[in-house]
Ligand binder design. Structure first.
Ligand SMILES: *[C@@H]1O[C@H](CO)[C@@H](O)[C@H](O)[C@H]1NC(C)=O
Ligand SMILES: *[C@@H]1O[C@H](CO)[C@@H](O)[C@H](O)[C@H]1NC(C)=O
Ligand SMILES: *[C@@H]1O[C@H](CO)[C@@H](O)[C@H](O)[C@H]1NC(C)=O
Ligand SMILES: *[C@@H]1O[C@H](CO)[C@@H](O)[C@H](O)[C@H]1NC(C)=O
Ligand SMILES: *[C@@H]1O[C@H](CO)[C@@H](O)[C@H](O)[C@H]1NC(C)=O
Ligand SMILES: *[C@@H]1O[C@H](CO)[C@@H](O)[C@H](O)[C@H]1NC(C)=O
Length: 549
């Protein structure tokens, strides 16, 4: 039995009709992971810090998978505080329970374990996982995720000779608990102290390659706030994939990677036999931080030398680069049919949402908001409150579709959405900093971005043909970015600033994509092993769902 696409739901229901107790997902392979989360000493900037390790590793292990694989990840929390992992860019089709953020999943208590049963349904590409609670992300616990195409599906470039994950991010000398205390005390985060490349400080990481061969580099910005420019001395990079979309294969000398974003490039080792700098430097901040790793030719006879390459620093250059990144319409994505067969530009918009973020002091404490609401967590994960119909946890409509011009206030903001909606979202940035926005459970088309305020006339400059579909987009200072998204994934999904301090202090909300039916075609039942907490503690998860298993 082949289970693909929209047929999945019908077949699922069909199996129920035959009272089959078998797990329908059995067709797709399973991969099992046992992860032990511990504290351990790391010294990426030359002095000792406490890091969050996974099976002793910092960064954590890469997840290798193929489209539709089931990933069974048993996470043992050996920290002394609650912990959760989330999966940046993994869509969890019909299953927001596993998203691993505060609003969907109860924290794994210290000393306990929880098994994520994820399916990387209908996805390809490069992503990463990270710890979502508190400021754990400032201590590690992140790693790469790669989802390869199924063997029969054509990939629009030859198999590379090697495939590297490169996790870049800003880094602080302070412990994550101190950073959290700074935010809890109502202050902004300090500036980062350095940049790490695969967990190593300047000059630490090294990638060995063979002359003449071509390698894929999957670059993700796993940091807390800085946009980073990435380049390799003397080498050109051919962009091939952005967060699950095969792109027009354009050559770049360097790439701006904003917080939460992932890019794949192909690099041919066509230079003399020596070592080269891989250079990463911060962007759009007062102080430029720079770090390097080494690209080591296996037959190298010369150490790295010469100036460290630094890509352009202008916003105009960056925005032009962003606009030049487009979808290869004839290439396949996760399915055999071309990526261009979904004509997003011909679909009628059913709703326009405009999100304006702000920063302010509230009772003397720093907070951040979207459309005037600064998000505060409730005592119970929102998805569980929804499932068990526990009242008083959140209110659908507690954030408006448009900026309302009010002073900032606190609320557990949840935006309602219908699963048939096709929505235009405009992010308008009135601040001088670069913003990066992420939507869990979705990829969206980045149809336009420009300086100034968005007006309905801005629609005339939208790319309605070959915009790239991704899950994290930047919004330049005093600029706007517009996206299109089909609300076709039912569940409770986090929409957040990827600037981690801002996210922590309220710049996020949840999108509740709803359908009145109870069909597993639209949403999978709550996992049998779901942890329960807050007012969902002691509830019975098997009552409604015993039917479905
Ligand atoms: C996890 O690591 C800790 C510290 O090394 C160890 O005490 C514990 O037994 C490990 N747990 C598992 C499940 O491997
Ligand atoms: C915890 O791990 C054990 C195996 O060591 C497993 O049987 C159990 O299902 C896990 N618990 C959860 C909630 O995933
Ligand atoms: C687009 O993908 C096709 C494969 O379908 C490939 O042959 C072609 O080179 C790609 N074009 C560009 C411009 O990347
Ligand atoms: C979009 O709307 C227009 C007019 O409002 C209508 O004529 C057209 O059929 C609609 N297209 C789709 C695909 O629904
Ligand atoms: C969904 O399930 C609930 C509880 O079993 C039931 O009360 C409700 O009528 C169902 N709704 C639909 C549309 O089937
Ligand atoms: C939960 O509900 C199931 C099905 O109705 C029932 O068999 C089971 O005994 C209940 N468990 C608890 C702990 O109440």
């Amino acid at each position: 039995m082949k289970l693909q696409g929209s047929g999945f739901g019908q077949l699922y229901v069909l199996c129920l009709a035959f009272a089959a107790v078998v797990v329908v997902k059995a067709e797709d392979p399973y991969r099992f992971f046992n992860w032990n989360i511990t504290y351990g000493d790391i010294s990426p900037l030359g002095f000792r810090q406490q890091g969050i390790l996974i099976n002793g590793q910092f960064p954590g292990p890469d997840i290798y998978s193929i489209t539709n694989d089931n990933l069974v990840i048993n996470v043992f929390n050996n920290l002394d505080e609650p912990f959760l992992l989330s999966w940046n860019g993994v869509q969890h089709r019909r299953n927001s329970y596993l998203d691993g953020v505060y609003g969907t999943t109860c924290p794994i208590p210290p000393g306990k374990n929880f098994t994520y049963n994820l399916q990387v349904k209908d996805q390809i590409g490069s992503f990463f996982y990270f710890p979502s609670l508190a400021l754990h992300k400032a201590a590690g616990g992140f790693g790469g995720i790669r989802i390869l195409s199924r063997p029969r599906i054509p990939v629009p470039f030859p198999d590379p000779d090697g495939d590297f994950t490169i996790l870049i991010g800003d880094w602080f000398k302070y412990d994550h608990r101190i950073l959290k205390a700074v935010l809890d005390g109502g202050h902004k985060l300090p500036s980062p102290d350095g940049i790490l490349i695969n967990g190593r400080g300047p000059g630490g990481a090294s990638f060995t390659v063979e002359q003449g061969k071509t390698y894929r580099f999957r670059i993700s910005n796993v940091g807390l706030q800085n946009s980073l420019n990435f380049g390799i001395q003397g080498h050109k990079m051919k962009l091939v994939e952005v967060e699950g979309t095969h792109t027009i294969q354009t050559i770049y000398e360097s790439l701006d990677v904003h917080v939460g974003q992932s890019y794949s490039v192909l690099v041919t080792m066509d230079q003399p036999a020596q070592d080269f700098y891989i250079a990463v430097s911060s962007r759009f901040t007062d102080k430029i931080l720079t770090s390097t790793a080494t690209l080591h030719y296996s037959n190298s006879n010369k150490a790295v030398s010469g100036p460290i390459p630094v890509g352009p620093t202008e916003i105009d250059w960056s925005i032009n680069q962003a606009r030049s990144i487009r979808t290869n319409l004839t290439a396949s994505g996760p399915r055999p049919n071309p990526q261009g067969s979904y004509h997003y530009g011909l679909i009628n918009i059913t709703r326009t949402v405009k999100l304006v973020s702000s920063a302010a002091l509230l009772n003397g404490k720093q907070r951040y908001a979207v459309n005037s609401v600064s998000f505060v967590p409730a005592d119970t994960p929102l998805k569980l409150a929804d499932y068990f119909k526990i009242g008083g946890v959140f209110r659908v409509g507690s954030i408006s579709d448009n900026p309302i011009g009010l002073y900032m206030y606190l609320d557990t903001s949840v935006m309602g959405a219908d699963h048939r909606d096709f929505v235009e979202v405009v992010f308008e940035n009135h601040e001088d900093i670069l913003q990066s926005w992420h939507v869990d459970g979705y990829a969206f088309w980045v149809v336009g971005m420009n300086a100034g305020l968005w007006t309905p006339n801005s629609r005339e400059e939208y790319n309605l043909r070959d915009a790239v579909s991704r899950s994290t987009t930047q919004v330049y200072p005093r600029s706007w970015t517009a996206i299109y998204m089909a609300h076709d994934n039912v569940g409770m999904w986090n929409v957040r600033s990827e600037n981690w301090g801002r996210q922590y202090l309220g710049q996020q909300f949840y999108l509740r994509v709803y359908t009145p039916g109870n069909s597993t075609r639209d949403e999978l039942p709550i996992p049998k092993n779901a942890l329960l907490c807050g007012r969902a503690q002691g509830k019975n998860t098997s009552q409604l769902d015993s039917l479905f298993y």
